[in-house]
Ligand binder design. Structure first.
Ligand SMILES: Cc1ncc(COP(=O)(O)O)c(C=O)c1O
Length: 341
């Protein structure tokens, strides 16, 4: 199969239309068989549930080429399971987990020409999502839904090398104590837009959200979980019912414990402790780990000893090990790598 003529190394993170997308419709209490289609546009009623009351959930994952030339994805079963949790919380029908993985495989296969080659640093981003599509004017769940998967090639996350970022403690809240912070619903991201635009205006790369109830504990950023390294090399990650359970973070904690022999701890992390950590990183599909060099809390700066030039040594090891597993240089735990072709 011939690859598309794309300058992989200089691709950004934007939408590039690919050839095929997967669609399945839910009507009269059941999902249809689903199919790959060509049309990237969706026609829906002006009163569709998703347009009026934001009834939509999604996932984000990537396909890439390993050193031995296979196209693979990383732990798609966990994305499928997380989408079930998201759908249930928004009173949407569940898209069966095995069908989710099959839809991802079909869509990636159909767009294999857009999967960047090994070594380019680029990936094929995969976006599964579902939404209420029939007219809804009283506030209630829709009766009809559409599940879709599209793909778009995206460039290397760290262009021109890894650079630690500076983040600020946000004055806005991301998630209510018994709200929807733990699911991947569009509504969580709509309300984060003002906060991230404000952070960027103020010269910061990202927001650190604190828990809304007490504003004393570290939660996450708008799109990644935190991972800290203590001065005695223990890995600590915030435990909270209001953060999204990152698949990357769960994988890194496993790697820390089982591949690197480090002590790991998932527990409440108070903001007051942040100044005592040696390293800090943000975990998510996009970057795997993005190092944080500095946290600013209303003018007060916390600078991690790992500095602003490179990843700290432990975060670097974690990054190298997980990306090694993903790329096929290091043996993966059973079931982590789904070979597509
Ligand atoms: C709010 C939030 N937290 C964390 C993550 C990282 O999750 P994952 O590692 O599954 O990509 C994401 C991205 O999906 C996110 O949107």
């Amino acid at each position: 199969m011939e690859k598309k003529n794309i300058d992989w190394a200089n691709l950004g993170f934007g939408y590039v239309q690919t050839d095929k997308r997967y669609v399945s419709n839910y009507k009269d209490g059941k999902w249809d068989d689903g199919a790959l289609i060509d049309d990237p546009n969706i026609v829906m009623n002006e009163c569709a549930g998703v347009l009026q009351y934001a009834q939509t959930v999604f996932e984000g994952m990537k396909a890439y080429t390993t050193e031995d030339g296979h196209i693979v994805t990383f732990r798609p079963d966990l994305n499928a399971a997380r989408m079930v949790d998201s759908a249930k919380r928004l009173e949407m029908p569940v898209f069966p987990e095995d069908r989710f993985v099959d839809a991802v495989v079909q869509t990636v296969k159909a767009n294999a020409a857009y999967v960047p080659p090994y070594g380019s640093g680029a990936t094929l981003y995969i976006r599964p999502y579902m939404f209420g599509i029939n007219p809804v004017i009283g506030v209630k769940p829709a009766d009809e839904y559409q599940f879709r998967v599209f793909t778009t090639p995206v460039g290397p996350y760290f262009k021109g090398g890894v650079k630690p970022i500076t983040i600020c403690v946000s004055d806005f809240d991301r998630a209510a104590p018994h709200g929807t912070g733990h699911i991947k619903a569009g509504l969580n991201y709509a309300m984060s837009l003002h906060a991230i635009v404000t952070a960027h205006k103020n010269g910061f790369d990202e927001n650190m959200y604190l828990d809304s109830a007490t504003r004393t504990k570290v939660e996450e950023t708008g799109g990644a979980n935190f991972l800290f390294v203590t001065k005695d090399n223990k890995i600590v990650t915030p435990k909270s019912k209001t953060i999204l359970p990152s698949i990357t973070r769960r994988s890194l904690m496993y790697v820390a414990e089982h591949y690197l022999g480090l002590e790991v701890e998932e527990r409440e992390v108070y903001f007051d402790e942040v100044k005592d950590f040696a390293e800090c990183g943000l975990c998510g599909t996009a970057a795997v780990i993005s190092p944080v060099g500095k946290v600013v809390n209303h003018g007060e700066e916390i600078c991690f000893p790992s500095g602003m030039e490179k990843m700290g040594p432990t975060i670097q090891k974690l990054y190298d090990t997980l990306t090694g597993i993903q790329m096929g240089h290091i043996e993966a735990p059973e079931g982590w790598i789904k070979v597509i072709e």
